[in-house]
Design a protein around this ligand. Structure first.
Ligand code: GAL
Length: 338
């Protein structure tokens, strides 16, 4: 009888304490749950309130000990704007709200019905402003407007107010990225001439406009630019142009942002590497406090249900200075400690 009671007691203890512990540590979950301390590329990623993270084609800003993740809000219908999430550790994300909202004013360039894609935010030390650039398509014009747009805020979480939209130096501008160099000069990298050309323009000191220092990087029909710098070398990862369908990535390397850029092949390694694991590049995230630690960020687009598009984050390794991005089902930041 005593043995039986002890067994029942132990069973109850196990059910009450051990099972939830396994379920909530995150390690046992196949997905990036709100309590996860691993990255699970391609799975459903949730914020700390257990809601699915909705921040596509995004980028990350590190500011005052916090990471801010900005991305396209995707829903049942049209673009609603740009969502902002914040995190101290890159695993746990707090939803900060809609940082940029489409407008109800029919005269606004971002009147609802427009398309807002690939938002990126940088912080300007001189003006103390947060500056967002994004790809804007005007209401009712499909993808023909091909504009860049700039919005500004006093806080990293917004609200961001639209400053203007335009074609940089007269060039079409669709997929884009921003890059701030070690000297705080900022650059806009964008797909121009119906995506055949990839261009870079240096921004004005306030980061609100392109300067006329605007150069063709290469004309190879590439998009989804993601640029980063390690030591004195710049790396530019791009995708091909197949709409929402995945294709092969490539990386170009240069000693100068204005080129010449040398093709260094496809950095992806592993299953479906020739299709970027089903994803498309969006940003390279430098991990703070770790040397040469960069995370490759990509989107797995689901055109029939864009809000269910998934995130691929993978660590970048270097072999003889060439970046290698190898598929991992799960990983954590300790990979950078080796
Ligand atoms: C992709 C582009 C996405 C989106 C899509 C629309 O090529 O990278 O950001 O614009 O086309 O079809």
């Amino acid at each position: 009888m005593f043995v039986m009671l002890r067994f029942v007691f132990l069973l109850v203890i196990t059910i009450l304490y051990v099972t939830p512990a396994i379920a909530f540590t995150g390690h046992s979950l196949p997905e990036n749950g709100n309590d996860s301390i691993v990255f699970s590329p391609g799975k459903v990623w949730k914020d700390e309130k257990d809601n699915v993270i909705n921040a596509h084609g995004g980028g990350v800003l590190y500011n005052k000990s916090t990471y801010y993740w900005y991305g396209e809000v995707r829903g049942e219908t049209e673009s609603k704007g740009v969502n902002v999430y914040s995190s101290k550790d890159l695993y746990h994300w707090k939803f900060e709200g809609l940082g940029l909202q489409t407008s109800s004013d029919p005269k606004s360039d971002i009147v609802s019905g427009c398309i807002i894609e690939r938002p990126k935010v940088i912080y300007n030390q001189k003006t103390n402003k947060y500056v967002m650039w994004f790809h804007l398509e005007m209401k009712g014009q499909g993808y023909n407007a091909a504009r860049a747009a700039v919005a500004i805020s006093d806080k990293p979480t917004g609200p961001f107010t639209l400053v203007k939209s335009f074609r940089p130096n007269g060039h079409m501008s669709r997929d884009m990225g921003l890059f701030v160099d070690s000297d705080q000069a900022a650059y806009h990298i964008y797909s121009a001439q119906d995506n055949y050309d990839l261009r870079i323009s240096k921004l004005t000191d306030d980061y609100l406009s392109p300067t006329v220092q605007d150069t063709l990087l290469f004309s190879k029909h590439r998009e989804a630019p993601a640029l980063f710098k390690k030591d004195d070398q710049y790396y530019l990862i791009t995708s091909g142009c197949t709409g929402w369908e995945p294709n092969r990535s490539s990386v170009h390397v240069s000693k100068s942002l204005f080129g010449p850029w040398e093709m260094a092949g496809d950095p992806m390694v592993g299953p479906k590497s020739e299709l970027t694991f089903g994803g498309q590049s969006t940003y390279i995230l430098p991990v703070q406090g770790k040397k040469d630690a960069f995370i490759f960020m990509a989107d797995v687009w689901k055109p029939k249900d864009l809000k269910d598009s998934r995130y691929i984050w993978l660590p970048i390794e270097f072999k003889n200075d060439k970046p290698i991005i190898e598929w991992k089902d799960q990983w954590d930041l300790s990979v950078f400690d080796k």
